[in-house]
Write a protein that binds this ligand. Sequence first.
Ligand SMILES: Cc1cc2nc3c(=O)[nH]c(=O)nc-3n(C[C@H](O)[C@H](O)[C@H](O)COP(=O)(O)OP(=O)(O)OC[C@H]3O[C@@H](n4cnc5c(N)ncnc54)[C@H](O)[C@@H]3O)c2cc1C
Length: 455
Amino acid sequence: MKHIKEDARTIPVMAETEVLVVGSGPGGLTAAVAAAREGVDTLLLERYGCFGGVLSQVGVEGVAWYRHEKTVESNGIGNEFEVRAKELGGSSKEPQSDSEALDAEMFKVVADKMVLEAGVRPLLHAMAVDVIMDGNIIKGIVIESKSGRQAILAKRVIDATGDADIAARAGAPYSKASKEELMMVTVMFACRGINRDVFQEYVSQTLKPSYADWAGESWGQRTSGKEENMFSPYIEDPFKRAVKEGLICLDEGIAIGGTWSTLSPEGDATQLNMVHLLKRDCTDVWDLTRSEIQGRDTVLKAIAALNKYVPGFEKARLRNFGMTLGTRESRKIVGRYSLTGHDVMNQARFDDTIGIFPEFIDGRGIIILPTTGRYFQVPFGCMVPQKIENLLVVGRAVSGDQTAHCAFRNMMCCTVTGQGAGTAAAVSLKNGVYVSNVNIADVQKLLIKRGVKIL
Ligand SMILES: Cc1cc2nc3c(=O)[nH]c(=O)nc-3n(C[C@H](O)[C@H](O)[C@H](O)COP(=O)(O)OP(=O)(O)OC[C@H]3O[C@@H](n4cnc5c(N)ncnc54)[C@H](O)[C@@H]3O)c2cc1C
């Protein structure tokens, strides 16, 4: 690859803050709200025009689709998402669990309200592109936006980009699976014009889907046994039939099959999580481009199959694509502690716990639901990168192995790390120490005071 040398330049400082949160998905949104609620000056930076990350930008509605009668919850800010959305009429009953499916569009408003009410300073349409370092301290971030290249100075930084962009640029060690091993990416879509009653009758009388169906040719998932016969809104056979009968033809590395979520009385079907592209690296802009274009083309093929083979979808038409491609996995920091598959499947306990997450594992051939009340504690150490003193990483990029990732990548677990990190950043400022040295007992006390279940 050719290279050119960029000239050094002087850029304006557009803001200074105590806590800078980069990225506003479930992890970042929660981190910013948590820090601001503790009274520290907090700025939340987001590259797109709305807060919410995958939830509002891709259209993933099921923030707690794991929840069943005996599930033990983390009781943090993440649980407020459902309450606030419901109050605004921005949610409906999620089809496979005791939870709310959040309306992705309305969640943009929910997030705005939570940010403003907490006193977070919002900054949209700004992409973090570099770090300003002073030894092992991040002094600030360089952003690019329509206003140009500018700097934001900060005392504490929380990397909530999902891809550990900030940690990577700051030189903190990270890992990333090979392209062959990375979890698939997805072009999410929604349809209009479905006949809900006819579809539901087909589901209950003919399709009768359960989690056992996830073990089909495409995913080969295994369960812990108890999930096998539970209802899952999963559909794959009509797509296989469409390929077999020559209605559609799929390119290498593309799969159709997956779940639906809300079916509105007006005939909308949202969060159609069915078109997947394999072996893509979402930190490679060429892979992102290819996936968006191939994914959209494949969605039209999926709709053709739905029209022909699925009762209730005969007249379905495309309503919208997700605002952007949905990505599940890329960089993960090598943290002070790395969560393991053993931890998340064996109710791990940690002295530096900052929250809990139910035993919910989804991905890499495993689907386990927290139907029995089991849960693991989430350690502060998995958010602490090596080498950098004033940075925490939250959400799906925390430190852990591939099986642990299938637990902590879930949105509610991202809110657990987010709230833990936002609170730790506030405590570290008040105590005049970097986050790497924060007194964890003080953080835990504050989290308990806020109603978070940490033990
Ligand atoms: C198709 C799909 C379906 C899924 N289904 C479910 C599900 O049903 N339930 C569930 O719990 N989880 C689900 N997940 C997983 C879950 O959505 C993600 O793991 C979770 O959203 C990660 O949260 P996060 O806060 O770490 O990052 P994200 O939600 O990815 O948010 C990162 C934010 O940072 C912003 N950003 C990134 N880089 C920069 C930068 N350099 N500068 C400024 N801003 C930046 C992004 O625009 C984004 O807003 C799904 C994921 C996908 C892709």
